[in-house]
Design a protein around this ligand. Structure first.
Ligand code: HEC
Length: 111
């Protein structure tokens, strides 16, 4: 029984380690996201970040989020989601992540 528990724990730890993404949205970012999209969960932002750091680097290096304003990002996300063949859900999560991240990092809102 003890061995079974240890094994389960080991497997569990390994799998969470493998799946764990270092990024976790800050409270502030989550607040910002929830102003635009009510009931946004931390997991959605995490998944958005995951899309950004995997699917969005297939053709070019990772782009710097704060280099583009919100309007520009909406246009870019439209175009790049097609290139990445994102589903509607993935595109929404990516949008939530990028725009809330950008807003949190941008002290003076330059829109
Ligand atoms: C199928 C290839 C491909 C994929 C996948 C892709 N891109 Fe791009 N992206 C390009 C090309 C080509 C350019 C234009 C050249 C450049 O800026 O590197 C570009 C440019 C950009 C730019 C600069 C736009 C500008 O006006 O300066 C951003 C930002 C960007 N991509 C974000 C993303 C994001 C976010 C994703 C994930 C959803 C993504 N890309 C996925 C091919 C791709």
């Amino acid at each position: 029984m003890f061995i079974l528990i240890s094994l389960t724990t080991l497997v569990y730890c390994k799998s969470t380690k493998l799946n764990s993404v270092e990024y976790s949205p800050s409270i502030k970012q989550l607040e910002i996201a929830n102003i635009k999209w009510a009931n946004t969960l931390p997991l959605e932002l995490k998944q958005g970040q995951n899309i950004f750091s995997t699917k969005c680097i297939e053709c070019h290096q990772s782009k710097t989020i704060v280099n583009y304003n919100e309007k520009k990002w909406i246009l870019i996300i439209d175009e790049m989601s097609e290139k990445s063949k994102l589903s509607v859900e993935e595109k929404l999560k990516l949008t939530k992540y990028i725009l809330s991240y950008r807003q949190e990092k941008t002290i003076v809102n330059s829109n």
